[in-house]
Write a protein that binds this ligand. Structure first.
Ligand SMILES: Nc1ncnc2c1ncn2[C@@H]1O[C@H](COP(=O)(O)OP(=O)(O)O)[C@@H](O)[C@H]1O
Ligand SMILES: [Mg+2]
Length: 618
């Protein structure tokens, strides 16, 4: 009888390629696995070199234990590991690796050269592999340790290759990977070079704070508060930023469990809740949070890339993290102001850089200019239609405010309110009842009760102003009285540099000032120069794929949306009646006023009839 068999076991090489899909998602994941192997081998120094965002080359060299000839050959096989022996070991993992998959996976999708030497051996061994097929092996001269070169990653998996992002993005991801590993292993020296340029050169550090300083710069380091706590066999420790520092993304929330960088919802929640009411809604602090617990109490084998964990008792972990942070943040006043000022290098400028002052909405035009009145023409021919502008809190700016600049608005955006089509309200004609949850303006109209989202409203106003300026020849720039320096996160230098043209076009006049520092000389006038640095910091922090991928006009719209979002008043800001009136008047002079630039509604309405029905009146 003829065999009816359809099922067969895949060849080892194909199985590895499939596994590689899970373990090696992008160059940064290969970098992570290789560095983890170096750390597991007891390296005191790890050096990483990449070319073309890791596509052309990833080389990781260490001074760890190295391997003998047989181990070296075995190490490229799937399920080959020196780190666990039996199932029991799986429940108490003390190494970063344990799955025995990484090298096999990486080898199966690249051309790989492995050189390694045990300290006791006179020579090293060199091994070549292509698409997982081990070729020639020979002796080589090498210092004790291991050096692995991965060339042409994904050369034989075109589908993967297609999913890679720009060189700048992949390189950024690699730098962030190195950053996290370096933070968790401060006693190990790290070096990262990308296309011949040194991104990190970190000598062994004596403490977490010292390593943090090496990675993120003096200014942020000076604002970090050490914290710790322990209970029920769980120990937490780390650094938490003083609450006046906040970031527009969660990128600076760095969580570690047993020295393993993880993305964990429990840890993230503990941090964000600890900072609740301390940082504005929608913004995030900087925190490096290390949780240490007996390996039996946490399962690290829940994710092929080992970037997620499962706690036996997640409630307890949350409580301890949250409690330790809360305790530390409660008394941050005790040692912040003086200490920070003392620790900072140069007076005002530095201070301006560390604080991200909150911005208040201040009516600029006199009451004499009734809401809704057309803007007064100014002597220089520029019209000054602005009733509102963002100015830093009084406590941040003792000096008198400069008069707002005239803004060369394009014709379309700020003509008198176009006659409203039916259904589009004249916001400024409605009766102001007040503010709700410090985020919504409550209005009474002929048709019922209306809530206006203050952030969405201001975002649209700002966006249209910027768009009009751009259309009329460019976003207007206001020069800073004293240029301010911006220290860049080295992991993002390339990405930022790749975006200098766009940042320039939206009004940030920047100059390189050292390898990871920029000098800000001018900022979009619409926000006032004082807020330029904070805005720029936010823009740089939230630089991401969408902004970089888009081209041409859509790209600028994306940038403007971001800028408008960061520069607009937030939920959580108390507004008094004149401020509300000014905001609504301005809104009525703006096109597309019923939706924010992301398309969310500016207002919602509860009809009178609807309310009456709820009270069973009709
Ligand atoms: N840099 C290195 N130095 C010494 N040994 C290494 C190094 N990299 C890999 N190895 C050895 O190769 C084995 C396989 O590595 P890998 O595929 O990453 O699996 P795992 O780390 O899960 O054990 C490791 O268990 C280790 O014994
Ligand atoms: Mg490994």
């Amino acid at each position: 009888m003829r065999s009816q068999r359809l099922i067969h076991i895949l060849p080892e090489q194909i199985a590895s390629q499939i596994a590689a899909g899970e373990v090696v998602e992008r160059p940064a994941s290969a970098v992570k696995e290789l560095i983890e192997n170096s750390l597991d081998a007891g390296a005191r120094s790890v050096s990483v070199e990449v070319e073309a965002g890791g596509r052309a080359l990833i080389a990781v060299a260490d001074d760890g234990a190295g391997m003998g000839r047989e181990d070296a050959i075995l190490s490229l096989r799937r399920h080959a590991t020196s780190k666990i022996r039996d199932a029991a070991d799986l429940s108490a993992i003390r190494t970063l690796g344990f799955r025995g998959e990484a090298l096999a996976s990486i080898a199966s999708v690249s051309r790989l050269v492995l050189r390694t030497r045990l300290a006791a051996d006179p020579q090293g061994i060199e091994l070549l592999a292509e698409g997982g097929e081990i070729g020639a092996t020979r002796e080589c001269a090498l210092a004790p340790g291991t050096r692995i070169e991965v060339r042409e990653l994904f050369f034989n998996t075109p589908a993967r290759l297609k999913f890679l992002k720009t060189v700048a993005t992949e390189q950024g991801a690699i730098a962030e990977t190195v950053q996290r590993l370096a933070l968790a292993n401060h006693a190990v020296a790290f070096r990262l070079c990308a296309d011949g340029r040194v991104i990190y050169d970190l000598p062994r550090a004596g403490s977490l704070l010292e390593r943090f300083r090496q990675l993120f710069g003096e200014r942020l380091a000076a604002a970090m508060l050490p914290f710790e706590g322990a209970r029920d066999g769980v120990r937490v420790a780390g650094l938490a930023a003083q609450s006046q520092h906040s970031f527009p993304t969660a990128r600076m929330l760095l969580g570690f469990v047993n020295r393993r960088a993880v993305r964990d919802r429990i840890l993230m929640r503990a941090v964000t809740q600890a900072y609740q009411t301390l940082v504005p809604r929608g913004r995030y602090p900087a925190v490096a949070l290390f949780v240490e617990l007996r390996p039996e109490l946490v399962d690290v084998n829940v994710h092929p890339m080992k970037s997620e964990v499962r706690f036996r008792n997640s409630g307890a972990v949350f409580e301890i993290c949250h409690g330790a942070l809360r305790d530390r943040l409660a008394d941050q006043r005790a040692d912040d102001a003086d200490e920070v000022a003392a620790a900072l290098p140069s007076g005002r400028l530095a201070m301006a850089a560390v604080t991200h002052p909150e911005f208040t909405l201040a009516p600029v035009a006199e009451r004499a200019n009734p809401a809704g009145a057309l803007p007064v023409a100014e002597a220089n021919g520029h019209r000054e239609p602005r009733l509102l502008r963002l100015v830093p809190d009084a406590r941040e700016t003792p000096r008198p405010q400069q008069p707002p600049l005239g803004l060369g608005f394009g014709a379309q955006a700020h003509r008198g309110a176009p006659e409203c089509a039916a259904g589009i309200p004249d916001y400024s004609k409605l009766k102001i009842i007040g503010q709700l949850f410090a985020g919504y303006i409550v209005l009474e109209g002929p048709d019922g009760l209306m809530l206006v989202d203050q952030h969405a409203a201001h975002e649209r106003i700002t966006f249209e102003r910027l768009r009009a300026e751009l259309g009329a020849g460019g976003v207007r720039v206001q020069a800073l009285l004293t240029p301010a320096t911006l220290e860049l996160n080295p992991a993002r230098v390339v990405m930022v540099e790749a975006s200098l043209a766009e940042l320039g076009a939206i009004g940030f006049e920047l100059e390189a000032f050292g390898p990871a520092t920029l000098l800000l000389k001018g900022a979009p006038a619409v926000f006032g120069a004082e807020s330029g640095l904070r805005l720029l910091t936010d823009m740089v922090e939230s630089l991401g794929e969408p902004g970089l991928r888009a081209r041409g006009e859509t790209a600028f719209e994306e940038w403007l949306k971001q800028l408008a979002c960061h520069g607009s008043i937030r939920v959580g800001r108390h507004l008094d009646f004149p401020e509300i009136a000014a905001l609504l008047a301005e809104l009525d002079r703006t096109e597309f006023k019923t939706n924010c630039p992301h398309g969310r509604p500016v207002h919602i309405q509860f009809g009178r009839g609807q309310l009456e029905r709820m009270f069973r009146r009709s």
